[in-house]
Design a protein around this ligand. Structure first.
Ligand code: PEP
Ligand code: MN
Length: 338
């Protein structure tokens, strides 16, 4: 439920609504917009009489039910876009952010060469996994803390903020010490304790959609993070499992457009995991932006044929540089800039 306050309502009037909510073990989440102040009501059980009760309070204009099961992330609560600030880079506004880098951090030479090249080509952030969720336990699973140190070194030199995955609650403190954005991977989208833990850091969180998650489940996972008082969630569509085997996943651009409509959170797209093939990455990157994505995250590697993970879907640094002017052109057609 949302409580819409009258324009010019006082702090005292807001407080009395919040106090009444507390009596019912409910929490009020304030949203101050340019046009209206609303209180989002969240909690397990909203009494059926509450709606009418609150409408009698002075300063309250009306109360409305939020029809979706997710509340804080829903556009019904907050019509204007949320902008997530990552070291001054605003995700969700007029900018089309481009996050690029290898699937895994492999060595100093590899990450530094990639960081310099993607920066030169116009990327706004650097990605790279230090802790890798791999389908097989016998494949490369990341350099761990050394990988985080190398990412920090790349940030020091290039100024690019870093996006990297955290896989377990135990590693949240460690990864948070180095990262600018905490990535929650597709396989962990429904690890609710991990979602709450990254929520408590208050840091920007990149929440990938699960391999077989519905859009509603994905947005409910975002709700877990925001319910901890952390509004800084960036959603990421990364392809879903379908009957199709010709590509690694099916890049669901419906989800990009629909998520933009259902929530106020920024939505970006990952055509690397979405397609699994490097030569499909440029067309799907452009299509994602055309579908309304606030940015893209792309795997790029100095020598994709020798990458220790996801080489087949990684762009060479040359191909990444070739893609960037096209990204800028599509973004410009939508009134955005890279
Ligand atoms: C990745 O970004 O390298 C990754 C493992 O992504 P996902 O969780 O989407 O599979
Ligand atoms: Mn990968």
């Amino acid at each position: 439920m949302i409580v819409v306050m009258q324009t010019g309502s006082t702090q005292e009037q807001i407080e009395s609504v919040l106090e009444r909510l507390a009596e019912y073990d409910l929490r009020g989440h304030m949203v101050y917009g340019a046009e209206r102040t609303v209180i989002g009501v969240v909690g397990a059980a909203i009494p059926p009489t509450l709606k009418e009760e609150l409408e009698h309070f002075t300063g309250v204009k009306e109360t409305l039910r939020i029809t979706q099961p997710y509340k804080l992330v829903s556009r019904e609560l907050r019509p204007m876009d949320t902008i997530v600030d990552v070291r001054g880079i605003k995700v969700g506004g007029e900018r089309c952010v481009v996050i690029a880098g290898p699937c895994s951090v492999e060595s100093e030479e590899q990450i530094m060469a990639t960081a310099r090249a993607v920066r030169e080509a116009g990327a706004s952030m650097l990605r790279g996994g230090a802790f890798k969720p791999r389908s097989s336990p016998y494949t490369f699973r990341g350099l761990g803390e050394l990988g985080l140190k190398l990412l920090a070194q790349a940030r020091d030199e290039t100024g690019l903020p870093i996006v990297t995955e955290v896989m377990t609650i135990n590693d949240v403190d460690l990864v948070a010490r180095y990262a600018d954005v905490l990535q929650i991977g597709a396989r962990n989208m429904q690890n609710y304790q991990l979602l709450e833990e990254v929520g408590r850091t208050g840091m920007p969180v990149l929440l990938k959609r699960g391999l077989s998650a519905t859009i509603e489940e994905w947005l409910l996972s975002a709700e877990y993070v925001t319910a901890q008082g952390n509004p800084n969630v960036i959603l990421c569509e990364r392809g879903i499992r379908t009957f199709e085997t010709a590509t690694r996943n099916t890049m669901d651009l419906n989800a990009v457009a629909l998520a933009k409509r259902r929530t106020h959170l920024p939505v970006i797209a990952d055509p690397s995991h979405g397609t699994g093939k490097w030569y499909l990455v440029p067309p799907l990157a452009l299509a994602s932006i055309a579908a309304g994505a606030d940015g893209i995250i792309i795997e790029a590697h100095p020598d994709p044929d020798r990458a220790r993970s996801d080489g087949g879907q990684s762009l060479s640094l040359e191909n990444f540089a070739k893609l960037m002017p096209q990204v800028a052109a599509v973004a410009a057609a939508l009134g955005k800039h890279v």
